[in-house]
Design a protein. Structure first.
Length: 154
């Protein structure tokens, strides 16, 4: 009887351990401090050249929250959520008509982003789908270098 009980306990513990391993949430690796700093700079360089009229009506209410979200991002997913929040708070009149065709898939990709390379792709798409009036006069001379900096995101 003791053997049967011992075997039963052993089988239950193996099953519970196996179940826990299968249903364990995967850990999201944090980025290096250098990668976080570089990504923050790229996003900040972009947003610092958006005119105030580029932002929607709610921006003044969510700007502090967005700044905190960006500042606390340490994973690609965190940056994805930050740029998704930014895109949602850009005035719809500032987007080119072509944005309507990619908005849904862009948001899906931002929601599920797994790498900084994907962040770079999403930022380039976002920048490309804003009308020229979205930017201040300082953007044009910096744009090519900014686009080149996206390639550094791995």
């Amino acid at each position: 009887m003791k053997k049967i009980l011992l075997i039963f306990i052993l089988l239950v513990s193996v099953q519970v351990t196996g179940f826990a391993q299968k249903h364990k949430k995967p850990t999201v690796p944090s980025l290096s401090e250098e990668s976080v700093t570089a990504t923050n700079k790229i996003i900040s360089d972009f947003t610092s050249h958006l005119n105030q009229n580029a932002y929607g009506k709610k921006w003044s209410k969510v700007k502090d929250e967005w700044t905190k979200k960006l500042g606390s991002a340490s994973t690609a997913e965190g940056f994805g959520k930050a740029i998704q929040m930014l895109a949602k708070n850009i005035d719809s009149d500032i987007y080119k008509d072509s944005w309507d065709g990619i908005r849904s898939s862009w948001n899906d990709k931002a929601e599920k982003v797994k790498s900084l390379k994907q962040i770079g792709t999403l930022l380039k798409q976002l920048e490309n789908h804003l009308k020229p009036t979205a930017y201040d006069e300082g953007w044009a001379p910096l744009r090519d270098a900014w686009i080149a900096s996206l390639a550094t995101l791995k």
